[in-house]
Ligand binder design. Structure first.
Ligand code: F0G
Length: 354
């Protein structure tokens, strides 16, 4: 059995943890760094994926949420609130339940993946839908948290960034140093901010070096790339359907300071990468996560990412979160056969795929 104790205990020297901080944990962190053998060979780069879908609620949000909720508890808060495209709400609901706090989540009506909604309701959160998008939901919860004694646990809460930076530490430990390139999906831009902070801090402490930070928005929600707020963001990758990222400036700074770039990928490129990952590598991540793989492919083709580079793509959420997109993407559905071995044999030997 693993002796991993979760982020607060494992990284207490590198996090804002005091004697009073509760040792809250669902054993988050310590996620696998998986080499992509086939795609590395095909693309002439050394690609790894940081598989954040292995966290307790199936996304990277657990890293930030364990810190934000522990600090809320330490400060005597009785309730937490967040806006979410789904994963933040799942993590807030789980850690809120664990810590015994009231949890209120505000999500865009009809625009979150089924698995994420199931999580929020199962963990017992009060789920409210806004007739609007994530950006509208975030405006509302920011205002409410100013007026009421309710802690905001979106990534504008600095403890979220602190927790999430630990993924950069794990990557440096696994590889012995930072990769040449870190490719990451960008929605509200908290995670790219957190990784960059983590890489810089670890470099100062351990001399692990710095990667180029390459962030990828979805084309229909590419506010940072276009340098304008998008009032009606649209993308199949609902997790990053955000038109006015809260950590916009920090994302731009991460790209500039690291000699990287914020770029976009189309929904077609996202869906292609989503399937490629599953079918060629046996790795199932949700559509927004595949933006990092789609972006890598795009920038290898453009020559911006050099052959031979060591690249880590962050796979932010588990593929099981969004069964509807998965089933809508494949054209091969299970064949239904009679309860008879011969029928199965005939089907298999014929190589028929229906
Ligand atoms: N990937 C997934 C699976 C996400 O859920 C998110 C954000 C991102 C990438 C982008 O990360 O916002 O830090 O740039 N999801 C948030 C949520 C907005 O509410 O779950 P970011």
């Amino acid at each position: 059995m693993s002796s991993w104790k979760g982020l607060i205990q494992e990284y207490k020297e590198l996090l804002p943890v005091t004697e009073e901080t509760p040792l809250l944990t669902l054993r988050e962190g310590n996620t696998p760094l998986v080499p992509l053998e086939h795609l590395s060979k095909e693309w002439g780069v050394d690609v790894y994926v940081k598989y954040e879908g292995a966290n307790p609620t199936g996304s990277f949000k657990d890293r930030g949420m364990v810190m934000a909720v522990a600090k809320a508890k330490e400060e005597g808060s009785k309730a937490i609130i967040c806006a979410s495209t789904g994963n933040t709400s799942a993590a807030a609901a789980a850690y809120g339940a664990r810590a015994g706090l009231r949890c209120i989540v505000v999500i865009p009506e009809g625009k979150i993946a089924l698995g994420k909604l199931a999580q929020a309701v199962m963990y017992g959160a009060e789920v409210l839908e806004v007739k609007g998008n994530f950006d509208n939901a975030l405006d509302i919860v920011r205002e409410i948290s100013k007026q009421e004694p309710i802690t905001l646990v979106n990534s504008v809460n600095p403890y979220r960034i602190e927790g999430q930076k630990t993924a950069a530490f794990e990557i440096c430990d696994a590889l012995g140093q930072a990769p040449d390139v870190l490719a990451i999906p960008v929605g509200n831009a908290g995670n790219i901010t957190a990784y960059w902070k983590g890489f810089k801090e670890y470099n100062e402490k351990k001399g692990t070096g710095l990667p180029q930070m390459r962030g990828f928005e979805a084309e229909g929600a590419a506010a940072i790339v276009r340098d304008e707020v998008i009032e009606e963001p649209e993308t199949i990758a609902t997790a990053i359907r955000i038109g006015n990222p809260a950590s916009w400036k920090q994302a731009v700074a991460a790209a500039e300071e690291s000699n990287g770039k914020i770029d976009y990928v189309t929904d077609e490129e996202i869906l292609e990468a989503y399937q490629l990952l599953a079918k060629r590598e046996g790795v199932f991540a949700e559509p927004a996560s595949a933006a990092s793989i789609a972006g890598l492919k795009k920038q290898i083709e453009s020559g911006e990412i050099k052959k031979g580079s060591k690249v880590v793509c962050v796979l932010t959420g588990n593929g099981l979160k969004d069964p509807n997109t998965a089933m809508g993407t494949v054209d091969v559905k299970p064949a239904v056969l009679p309860n008879d071995k011969e029928a199965f044999l005939a089907h298999i030997k014929g190589g028929v795929r229906s």
